[in-house]
Design a protein around this ligand. Sequence first.
Ligand SMILES: Nc1ncnc2c1ncn2[C@@H]1O[C@H](COP(=O)(O)OP(=O)(O)OP(=O)(O)O)[C@@H](O)[C@H]1O
Length: 250
Amino acid sequence: MSEYDAVGVREAPPIGQNIAVDVDGLTKIYDGRAVLDRLSLQIGQGEFVAILGPSGTGKTTLLRILSGLEAHDGGKVTVPKVRSVVFQEPRLVPSQRVWRNVVIANGRSGAARRAAIAALEEVGLKEKVEAWPLALSGGEAQRVALARALIREPGLLLLDEPFAALDALTRIRMHSLVLQLWRVHRPSVLLITHDVDEAILLSDRVLVLSDGKVRLDISIDQDRPRDRSAPWFADLRRKLLDQLGVVEKT
Ligand SMILES: Nc1ncnc2c1ncn2[C@@H]1O[C@H](COP(=O)(O)OP(=O)(O)OP(=O)(O)O)[C@@H](O)[C@H]1O
């Protein structure tokens, strides 16, 4: 069986070996309006891509289509078979202990429990294996959500503003954790964010979406960890903010 899945399309188009996500002419219509308008996008295997864009430009709609949660109205979408999503809120089941949340679909076997513990250890939550979700901080709960997403070894990890609700310090810690997990598991990543610095700090490529299309697609060929005070960082920030229609005040 193919490692790839064509979402809402009968036959997957042949795709290059190192392309994980192939979106061609994707259209999504809500109430007669094309929220995504013949959008095309490719993401390489193991590539980390961030999407910025004004509110209401279809970022979450794109993510929901790639995850299989939403149907589309036109175009071809080819994605890896195993995909995981982390949302802004952790979406844990409060009546289940933390470890059960990580393997929620895989029963209560000893093997499932051991796998959950290993995944929780990887996100620094070994001590919280038996905790209840409501006893976790926001950052801890998001780390459980990451463990739950990665235990399936997704070919594509979809992140919909996963750090937006966290305080600034926790967010910085989560950035390092996500990069560390990405290096180990090597999924392709699509990160939706409103935070321009976050996009530049984390990704190999930053896209700007507006009016249903990709308006800017910039590769960032810089080693990590990246220095926010570097001149290249400031230049790129300015360019992205310009594209987003934001005027920086100094
Ligand atoms: N189920 C739906 N029914 C009708 N319209 C919808 C539906 N889902 C989204 N929309 C509309 O589609 C547009 C794009 O929504 P989407 O959530 O994808 O934008 P976004 O770029 O993720 O926004 P934000 O940055 O504010 O999260 C919006 O105008 C929204 O109102």
